[in-house]
Write a protein that binds this ligand. Sequence first.
Ligand SMILES: Cc1ncc(COP(=O)(O)O)c(C=O)c1O
Length: 482
Amino acid sequence: MGDDRSDLERMLDDLFPYRRTSATFTRIPNEGVSRETVLADMQMMATAEDAQGDAGRVSGSLYSGDHDHYAFLADVFGEFAHANVLQRDMYPSATKFEGEIVAMVADMLHAPAATGVVTSGGSDSLIHALYSYREEARETRGVSTPNVVLPNTAHVALRKGAHWMGIEVRDVPVTDAFVADVEGIAAAMDDNTIAIVGSAGDYAHGLIDPIPELGVLAQERGIGLHVDGCLGGFLLPWVEELGYDVPPWDFRVDGVTSISADTHKYGYALKGTSTLVYRDAPLRARQWYSVTDWPGGLYLSPGLAGSRSGGLIASTWAAMISTGRQGYLDKARALLATNDTIKAGIRDRIPELQIIGDPLFMTSFMSAPRSGLAASTVDQMDAGVDVYLVNDALKKAGWRMNSLQLPPALHFCVTGPNTQPGVAESFVDDLRAAVDYAIEHRGQPAESGAMYGFGATPQGQQTLTAAMNGVLEAMHATAPEA
Ligand SMILES: Cc1ncc(COP(=O)(O)O)c(C=O)c1O
């Protein structure tokens, strides 16, 4: 690819790399494309897109990485891909799978009597929980101007849900240890607070908030406490069983009223499922919706979705029972050993960086702060290493990190492919070199930024903005003839 591409072309190639190698469809083709051609195209894309992850050079996102496991799940998915969970009479298997998924998760989280739902992902679980708390507060306490109080590290989907549902978000800065500030949360609460939230662990740093203290607070004020275990929920139970020191965070903590735990992360299921478990059935029932006077019939729905794929529920169930407790334990052992190697490598060899807290399954690091200043307030850019320059160098070396902000930091969330021999060691080597690069280029603008979900690709901000501004149109206009 020559350097004479225009900015627009470069951006389009970044967003749509297949526009030069694969046909672009802007209307349904008159004659159907042969299955062989479709499959060949798909396989070409999948192979290209899996390469970096399979090599163990991607943070988060993949979780299992075992292609035999994926193939098995795809077989299971295929059996029920066409099934609509809504048609319970036709597909009683879905009732079995969903019920057993929830039962197994409730058991894993130490509340075997808890109830719950399978949702489409972590954000979906969090937003459903918020809705239930809003409804509970409205009906039992007459709250009409609801607010939810969060540590500012709580996942952004909560802010999105609150925005959609007219709930005020009171986000409270975390402590210098980057976990929820319980006193700050207490101070932000009032009679209109519908719930408080803690994470186990949080997306940015993988840290576990002081859930027992939050539980006491929630009980004192008579409101719910949701624990966001979307990321850690399917890992921490096994980590604890392995003997690691895991602070209390699940239903054994008094005051915890609901927990989200994502099957499509460390549950090793296909993408598109999560669980939301409520300690008590009445709270779960808040998210049910019914209508009796609609021409389409009596309507009763357990959540936002209408039709749902039987394939996803079946394959999630299959992922859990085929992995088994032993499988989860073995994977957890390998994940934590890998993360321990990364943490030790940074501590021993890269004094310019500081690990944020002492996370179990991911390593989040920022520029080491100037002594005497609180870690959370130090001006990173002036103080030391620009971690976005570090990310530029890591990217050139073939790594895909997650970039953070406030303060600027990167995290490496360890997943299955990262546990391959030598990956952690070579990451530490490349990180050492990347820090040297950042020091050499100090003061120069970094290409990376802190863009959630974009892996901080060069031009990430620009790319996203362009995508939102209708770059699809531009792609169509510039697509080469198929
Ligand atoms: C702690 C936490 N909560 C919620 C989410 C949102 O999950 P999803 O991307 O499945 O919507 C994530 C995603 O990484 C997360 O780490």
